[in-house]
Design a protein around this ligand. Structure first.
Ligand SMILES: CC(=O)N[C@@H](CCC[C@H](N)C(=O)O)C(=O)O
Length: 386
């Protein structure tokens, strides 16, 4: 296959959108990506699979006069969200949706890879199609499994996230921290179930959970410097079985966010204190678990990001927007803690939807524009020969 056309890229994006798969289960997505890449000019390409991370894919492009190896990463997983866009190419996998735009991310990565398969770069390029960004930290898993050993280790790493609040195709970035670090938290409260009519004989964990959730709201409002900020969201609450049986157990699942590791640790410490306090005052048992995985704050490397922003400001094909830090998380934060690089936003212009919304409908014109800007940047980067 020669250069992919805009229409072909849109077909690819729509296919990926129709068949979203959850973290670590992206088997058909992997096969589709592999089959697509195998249609590209293979002359300078090497494809690598990771046996212990079977939905991941790495592709190496040999440079003609390499001074460095440049990495480009895309995530490939979807979310347990039921799509409500009404689009003719809506998800065919019930209850699963590309509600974070990873279908767009993958298509852009394929477009950039396709370009360099036809136009050999000077530097070596490594493309990483990464499973499990939304949970289970696929980036960290791949790194720890040795995905980037030897020639596969980029000297610098780039990746994007779509942004529905920026114009289609615009590139957003900033020096320093782009995204928050996150930590998943699970709280199990254990009391005693019983008949709804005899509360004195039971220990109601619906009431304890409500108290816990209410008290936790004071962490951000009363224990966190408002200038620094932080987030605690409980997205899932499970308790009880039926209206007339007092719930003996409650499970609360959430996520903590802060722009620094210090802030996350501070919030974690306050959350533990409140959980233990509620357990004592309600005579309940509490088990609390935290899991940060690879979701470290996304720290853009200063020198590389300065160059990236300088490029974006002067590139005629790129509309650049200087952005604020965001409370979204990304396990690219882990890879950037090991390999210097830059994460940036790609605008997809759907301001009525947030990321993770069942209505998210990225503008497809962002795909060709994103590819153009990234190809331009990688070519600009390779002009530096020392
Ligand atoms: C871009 C984005 O939305 N990323 C996810 C990352 C999930 C982190 C982890 N599973 C957690 O929930 O803490 C996000 O929710 O920000």
């Amino acid at each position: 296959m020669a250069q992919l056309t805009t229409e072909q890229l849109i077909d690819i994006r729509r296919h990926l959108h129709e068949y979203p798969e959850l973290a670590m289960h992206e088997f058909k997505t992997h096969d589709f990506l592999l089959n697509t890449i195998q249609t590209f000019n293979q002359q300078n390409l090497e494809i690598r699979e990771l046996p212990d991370l079977p939905t991941a894919l790495l592709v190496y492009i040999q440079g003609s006069d390499p001074k460095r190896t440049i990495g480009y990463r895309t995530d490939i997983d979807a979310l347990p969200v039921t799509e409500e866009t009404g689009l003719p190419f809506s998800s065919k996998n019930t209850g699963i949706m590309h509600a974070c735009g990873h279908d767009v991310h993958m298509t852009v990565a394929l477009g950039v890879l396709n370009w360099f398969s036809e136009h050999q770069p000077k530097d070596n390029l490594v493309f990483f199609f990464q499973p499990a960004e939304e949970s289970e930290n696929g980036g960290k898993v791949a790194y720890e499994q040795g995905a980037f050993k030897g020639k596969w280790l980029p000297d610098e790493f780039y990746g994007l996230h779509d942004n529905p609040h920026l114009p289609a195709g615009a590139i957003g970035c900033r020096m320093g921290t782009l995204f928050a670090g996150t930590t998943e938290v699970n709280v199990d409260l254990i009391g005693k179930s019983g008949h709804a009519a005899y509360p004195q004989a039971a220990n109601d964990m619906v009431v304890a959970a409500a108290e816990f959730i209410g008290q936790v709201q004071t962490i951000i409002s009363r224990s966190v410097d408002p200038i620094e900020g932080g987030v605690i969201t409980f997205g899932k609450l499970d308790a009880g079985t039926i209206r007339n049986v007092i719930a003996g157990q409650a499970r609360i699942e959430g996520t903590i966010r802060g722009l620094t590791q210090k802030m996350i640790e501070h919030i974690v410490a306050r959350l533990k204190q409140i959980a233990n306090g509620v357990a004592i005052s309600y005579g309940a048992q509490v088990n609390i678990q935290f899991n940060q995985g690879g979701y470290l704050p996304v720290e853009n490397n200063l020198a590389l990001t300065k160059r990236f922003i300088e490029f974006a400001k002067q590139d005629p094909a790129t509309e650049f927007v200087e952005t604020e830090p965001a409370m979204t998380g990304e396990d690219f934060g882990y890879l950037l803690s090991k390999i210097p690089g830059t994460m940036f936003w790609l605008g997809v212009d759907d301001p009525k939807s947030q990321l993770h919304a069942s209505t998210l409908n990225p503008k497809e014109s962002s795909i060709a524009k994103g590819i153009h800007s990234i190809v331009d940047f990688l070519e600009y980067r390779q002009q530096e020969r020392n």
